[in-house]
Structures are given as structure tokens and as C-alpha cells.
Design a protein around this ligand. Structure first.
Ligand code: CP
Length: 358
């Protein structure tokens, strides 16, 4: 009979999404013959993670492969984040990002100082982010911050000397979410790691949303532009004529990946291998949901083998009638978050040496 500790470990190892596709991280490890690009991970030591442009394809794949090892537990480790403290400073609501970062720290024996709501800080009394950054220098070893103001990163970094991980800055970016999105895709189809992906395994990617004002969509789009030879085409589906925004215009024009923009999802839905959908656009200090005509559901006419990604939370744009189907990659996507965030934290906090057999 198992004792309580063994049962707890077994539950952790088996934990995955309850509905939709389940992804086997071992397939991603096997694809590269078990080799890990340690040099790419070491380059993250002490770095802030603010924008997806900091990554290249090599780094994205290296982080995903490290996450896969953590997920399968093929590597052994003993308290890799022991003695480290992460400050999760969330000045805006979150379910997944804050809690998966905190879970990532705690499962590797790190500790967390959690700010679940900015109103419990001196912000309620008029304190500036710059002053809060000064305080954080002595309270923790890494700061993970979400804030509704796109300029918040510059503000806190006026005094902060610890690595800062951007967990969503207004309509700016959400770089670790994009790593999670690509982790799901690389586990689903490991051949996408390679710039020589066989033509019949390349993906036509559809993005329903407005990258210019949706940070998760923007970061995913930015990272996707790096996967030449794996992404055969990107179709942006948006109610806006110019949904991209200044931040991405240059990278989009420089990318060899063909990109088209349409406002009619029905025109393209049957051609897409991957559909990325999000709803919430940030408009200054308010939110706006996607136009109701972009609702994705069983009757939308997707290819039978097409998969759907969504950073969540969802609203009406993603029907629950997809949850029990093989189109549902979004729950597996969310389930991978802890492992990607563990890979990032271990690399940034310079504890790779505590993971055996890397
Ligand atoms: N994906 C994501 O950012 O979710 P939360 O808003 O719940 O953190």
C-alpha cells in the first residue's frame, strides 16, 4: 500500500488536463535525440524577460525541451530553487499566470511573496511603481509583474535591480504565455522545431483576434514569425483593417512567412491547421471582447485534425462544445504552463547546475 507521500507524488506526476487532447512531452525529447541546448538556457541567467523579441527560435526550442524534461521527470533534481524567493506582483486580475508561476516556484522548493491585487500595496495610498521596485530589491530574487499600464516595465525598472518577468503589461506583451503556446505546439508536432519541417507537417496558422491590442495574441504572433520552414502561412482574422500595430509591422514585413489579413473567418477556417483565438482587447484602462461573429464552435467547419489554442480566460468566442473534442489543445496548453515557467525560473535564477543529467 502506498503511503501518503507516495500518493502525493503519483497525483502530481499524473496531473494533466481533464478534457481535450493530452500531450506527451517525451515525443519532444525524443525528436532531438535527447540533446538539450544548455548554452541557450545559460544565456538567460540573471536576465529580465520583458518582450518576445529577446528570444530566437533556438531559445524557444531549448526552453520547451527543458520544460519537457521537467514535465516527464526524466531529470532528477533536489530542491533546485531552495533559498530563492519570487515576488508575484499582480496589479491586474489573473488565474493562470500568477498561480502557475507560484506553483512552479513551490514545486521546485522556492518560496513566493504574492501580491494578488495592487490595492493591498502602497499603490492604494499613491505610492509609485518606481518606489515599489526599490523595496523589491531586498524582498525577493525575481519579480513577476502584471499591470494594466503598458509603460509599467520602465517605471518599476527605474529602481528595480532584480530580474523582472513581464506577466502582461496592458496591451504590450506576455512573453512567457507565448512560450507556453509554442510548448503546446512543439509537443503536439515536434517536427515544428526544425526549419526543415517536412512540407506535409507544416502548419497554416490562423489567429483570430487583434495583435495590436491583445497582448497574448501579439506575443504569440511575434514568436510564430520565428518559425520559418514550420509555419507555412499565417492568416490574421480581425474586425479591424489594420490589426497588427506598430510594434509588429517591421517583424511582419521582414518575415518570409506569407501573411494575409481577413475579416471573414468562414473564408479561411476550413484551411487552418491551428486556430489561435483570444477575446480580450485592452483599450487604455478598459477591456473589450471580440466581435460575436468570431465565435468558434463545432459547427464552424474546422478540419477534423485542426487544433485550437486559447490563452484563456474565454468568453463567448470559444464554445464549450469543443472541450471534449480533439480540437481542444487549449487545456493541454494551460497545463504546460507550470513546466515552462519552471524552465524559465531555473534558468533566470541560475540554478541549472542543480538539475542532474541535463
Ligand atoms: N493566460 C493568461 O494570462 O491567463 P490569466 O489572465 O488567468 O493569467
Amino acid at each position: 500500500m502506498k503511503n501518503a507521500q507516495q500518493v502525493a507524488v503519483a497525483l502530481t506526476e499524473n496531473a494533466t488536463n481533464s478534457k481535450g487532447r493530452r500531450l506527451d512531452p517525451q515525443r519532444l525529447i525524443d525528436f532531438t535525440d535527447g540533446k538539450l541546448d544548455r548554452e541557450a538556457l545559460e544565456a538567460l541567467a540573471g536576465q529580465s524577460i520583458l518582450h518576445p523579441r529577446q528570444f530566437d527560435r533556438r531559445t524557444v526550442v531549448a526552453i520547451a525541451q527543458f520544460a519537457a524534461r521537467l514535465e516527464t521527470r526524466v531529470v532528477e533534481f533536489d530542491k533546485p530553487l531552495d533559498g530563492k524567493i519570487a515576488i508575484t506582483a499582480f496589479f491586474e486580475a489573473s488565474t493562470r499566470t500568477r498561480l502557475s508561476f507560484e506553483s512552479a516556484m513551490m514545486r521546485l522548493d522556492g518560496k513566493v511573496l504574492s501580491v494578488p491585487d495592487g490595492q493591498v500595496t502602497g499603490i492604494a495610498k499613491g505610492e509609485t511603481l518606481a518606489d515599489i521596485g526599490e523595496m523589491f530589491n531586498t524582498y525577493g530574487d525575481v519579480v513577476i509583474m502584471r499591470h494594466p499600464d503598458t509603460n509599467c516595465l520602465d517605471e518599476i525598472q527605474k529602481n528595480l535591480q532584480r530580474p523582472l518577468i513581464n506577466a502582461g503589461n496592458g496591451s504590450g506583451h506576455h512573453p512567457t504565455q507565448a512560450l507556453i503556446d509554442w510548448y503546446a505546439l512543439l509537443k503536439w508536432r515536434p517536427e515544428l522545431c526544425s526549419p526543415d519541417c517536412p512540407p506535409d507537417r507544416r502548419i497554416h496558422l490562423g489567429i483570430i483576434g487583434t495583435p495590436g491590442s491583445m497582448r497574448a495574441v501579439k506575443s504569440f504572433f511575434r514568436l510564430s514569425l520565428m518559425f520559418t520552414g514550420a509555419v507555412s502561412k499565417i492568416t490574421l482574422v480581425s474586425e479591424m483593417a489594420d490589426p497588427v500595430g506598430l510594434d509588429l509591422t517591421g517583424p511582419m514585413e521582414e518575415s518570409p512567412i506569407p501573411i494575409e489579413i481577413t475579416n471573414d473567418v468562414q473564408d479561411v477556417i476550413s484551411q487552418l491547421d491551428v486556430v489561435y483565438v483570444n477575446s480580450i482587447a485592452f483599450l487604455g484602462d478598459s477591456y473589450r471582447n471580440l466581435d460575436g461573429r468570431y465565435k468558434l464552435e463545432m459547427a464552424s467547419g474546422m478540419k477534423p485534425e485542426a487544433v485550437v489554442l486559447h490563452p484563456l480566460a474565454r468568453n463567448d468566442e470559444l464554445s464549450e462544445d469543443l472541450d471534449e473534442t480533439q480540437h481542444n489543445l487549449y487545456f493541454a496548453q494551460a497545463a504546460g504552463a507550470v513546466f515552462i515557467r519552471q524552465a524559465v525560473l531555473v534558468s533566470v535564477l541560475q540554478r541549472l547546475d542543480r538539475i542532474k543529467d541535463l
